[in-house]
Ligand binder design. Structure first.
Ligand code: SF4
Length: 232
């Protein structure tokens, strides 16, 4: 039988099922804790830290997506320290990558008063669009390394293991093993990675071509030609 615990969130005493995370119990009572790398379909890894909360007695802020609610905890989801940390995280993201196709993160920037020019000297993540398969394109200048795509491609969903982390430090990026093109990997073009990408770094090819100015008819002709070449 699941044990019930009691804790305080933003001054409200609440009951919660033992084993749930702070994010889960806070959302159950309607608290708005922002998330970026977290996704219901993938294993939480606390990579982006936007969901941090303040827990009384803890020296550092705690990532709500992985820290379990504990009996007697006193949690603040929007203290000054929390808001400052979230604002800084957003400002660092905006200084290093292209967020132009990440409307949810743009909304967070507005909500937390984050400035995209706070770190003008920051090195930006630049990358050419990789267009190497019929289903989707990859633009890693828009990638925040949330790892969702890698997880759904691996043992959170598809068990295909076509993509993974590549490189170290600032040069870390999502890639294929030995930098192979997508058709040369185990990818089955299921599209799950595209579905969970929060920033437009992975985009359906059709959408990409329409944005480039191609008509739907031209895209159909392109696809038909590709299928015919494949059948030969
Ligand atoms: S490509 Fe998208 S889903 Fe994959 S790590 Fe980058 S931002 Fe996350």
């Amino acid at each position: 039988m699941t044990e019930t615990i009691h804790l305080t969130i933003d001054g409200h005493e609440i009951s919660a099922e033992q084993g749930k995370t702070l994010l889960e119990v806070a959302r159950e009572i309607g608290k708005d804790i922002p998330t970026i790398c977290f996704h219901e379909a993938t294993t939480a890894n606390a990579l982006c830290r936007i969901c941090v909360v303040e827990v009384e007695g803890q020296r550092v802020l705690q990532p709500a997506c992985v820290v379990k609610a504990g009996a007697g905890m006193k949690v603040q989801t929007r203290s000054e320290k929390v808001i400052r940390a979230r604002r800084t995280i957003l400002e660092m993201l905006a200084s290093t990558m292209d967020l132009s196709e990440a409307p949810e993160i743009q909304n967070m920037m507005y909500e937390y008063g984050a400035s995209s020019s706070r770190f003008p000297e920051a090195e930006r993540r630049e990358s050419e669009v990789i267009d190497d398969n019929p289903m989707y394109v990859r633009d890693y200048s828009k990638c925040l390394l949330c790892w969702r795509c890698v997880q759904v491609c691996a043992d959170d969903a598809q068990y295909t293991f076509a993509i993974s982390f590549d490189g170290r430090g600032f040069d870390t990026q999502i890639g294929t093993f030995f930098d192979k093109t997508i058709p040369e990997t185990s990818c089955v073009l299921c599209g799950q990675c595209v579905g969970v990408c929060p920033t437009g770094a992975l985009k359906p090819k059709r959408e990409f071509l329409l944005e480039k100015g191609m008509s739907a008819q031209e895209i159909n002709v392109l696809n038909t030609g590709r299928k015919q070449r494949k059948q030969r």
